[in-house]
Design a protein around this ligand. Structure first.
Ligand SMILES: NC(=O)c1ccc[n+]([C@@H]2O[C@H](COP(=O)([O-])OP(=O)(O)OC[C@H]3O[C@@H](n4cnc5c(N)ncnc54)[C@H](OP(=O)(O)O)[C@@H]3O)[C@@H](O)[C@H]2O)c1
Length: 341
């Protein structure tokens, strides 16, 4: 089978490799062979390729956590899926429900486990989720990390219809957060560095938009847009560079779901803004299989379509990572792995 390998850190060292096909006889008890059809990139995958996510990762490694494929063979004792089912492998392969543990949080695709940029994957049946029928392969391939994270950022914070949510930028997680917040009946304020992208998020249903380049004090602007009250929830993907503004945007007693560090990792925070306003800061680490399944039900009911920016063939994986590095995308960057629908 063909697969992309990180042979050494750096985009220059991504190689289209030939690996032996996993054969049906190789499947362990409970494992399933999946012919992958599409994959998608997350910011984490870029950091992994660059050696910034975990410089101690063992190489060669097949990158990327997210993808979708078709079940083509069943190992002994498999009952959860059938041949022909369209499935996504879950991000943290052993985290099925409940609280995560350090051990469960470590067993993730795209590092340290080989990931989805491969034509075939052998996956434990418990670590698979069936995907909604109305999605294309690229749309379904966008779900496992970005969408599940966005879903949990909203649901863990207890978002209710009528609440106001602020989403930062127009990357994968943020556009899912926008779509889910709308589906759950919330009002969305979206930020972006680009007026063109802001026009697109308004088309997607954002009630208000702020260009965070032109309005560096966007936290105060967001508060103004809620009549001086503040937003109920911020979906925080910027991290160090945005947290202070998020704390200025959020209402007394509101919440911040802390997800990413696109704008830096070491933050200086005025703690009084948190405890004197009774703010809940929730650390979000993707999510478990059960939350993925709950999210899929919502996606099916609302007939939501993930926003796919561009689809590259597998051999152009490097260009896909370069597009992500340049931040030129709107939503998800995908790779086609075999004939997709
Ligand atoms: N905790 C978890 O489990 C988890 C899961 C998934 C992702 N993450 C993290 O979440 C973050 C987002 O991931 P992603 O895959 O959605 O990334 P992505 O698709 O690469 O998002 C990139 C976009 O983020 C926006 N952005 C960059 N800097 C910004 C800033 N200072 N303020 C506001 N927006 C900014 C830009 O939007 P505009 O071009 O519109 O300005 C940019 O295009 C990353 O840090 C990632 O590692 C964490």
């Amino acid at each position: 089978m063909r697969a992309i390998e990180i042979r050494a850190f750096g985009l220059d060292n991504l190689v289209l490799a030939e690996r032996p096909d996993p054969r049906p006889g190789d499947l362990r008890m409970g494992q399933v062979l999946v012919r992958m059809r599409a994959a998608s990139l997350n910011y984490r995958d870029l950091l992994t390729v660059q050696g910034k996510y975990n410089p101690k990762l063992k190489l060669p490694l097949i990158p990327c956590s997210d993808g979708v494929g078709e079940v083509v063979e069943l190992g002994e004792g498999v009952t959860r899926v059938r041949v022909g089912d369209r499935v996504c492998p879950i991000f943290a392969q052993q985290w099925l429900a409940g609280e995560p543990t350090r051990e469960k949080a470590r067993v993730t695709l795209g590092g340290p486990l080989d990931g989805t940029l491969a034509e075939l994957m052998a996956v434990d049946q418990e670590a698979l989720v069936k995907v909604p029928d109305h999605l294309t392969d690229e749309e379904a391939a966008s779900l496992p990390c970005a969408a599940v994270t966005a879903w949990n950022a909203l649901t863990a914070a207890g978002l209710k219809a009528g609440d106001t949510v602020l989403v930062q930028g127009t990357g994968g997680v943020s556009l899912f957060a926008l779509q889910f917040a709308k589906a759950l009946g919330a009002r969305v304020i979206a930020t972006s560095s680009s007026d063109q992208k802001l026009a697109r998020v308004r088309e997607m249903g954002a009630a208000e938009t702020i260009n965070y380049r032109e309005t560096p004090n966007w936290g105060a602007r967001a508060k103004e847009l809620t009549g001086g009250v503040g937003v109920d929830l911020v979906v925080e993907v910027g991290g160090a560079g945005t947290l202070d503004q998020s704390l200025r945007a959020v209402r007394f007693g509101g919440a911040i779901s802390l997800i990413g560090n696109l704008a830096g990792i070491d933050a200086q925070v005025r703690l009084t803004l948190i405890f004197m306003q009774n703010i809940r800061v929730l650390g979000i680490f993707v999510g478990h299989r059960e939350s993925f399944e709950a999210m899929n039900r919502a996606i099916a009911v609302h007939q939501l379509h993930p926003v796919v920016d561009r689809v590259f063939p597998l051999e152009e994986a490097r260009s896909a990572f370069e597009l992500m590095e340049a931040g030129g995308h709107f939503g998800k960057i995908c790779l086609a792995l075999s004939a997709s629908r």
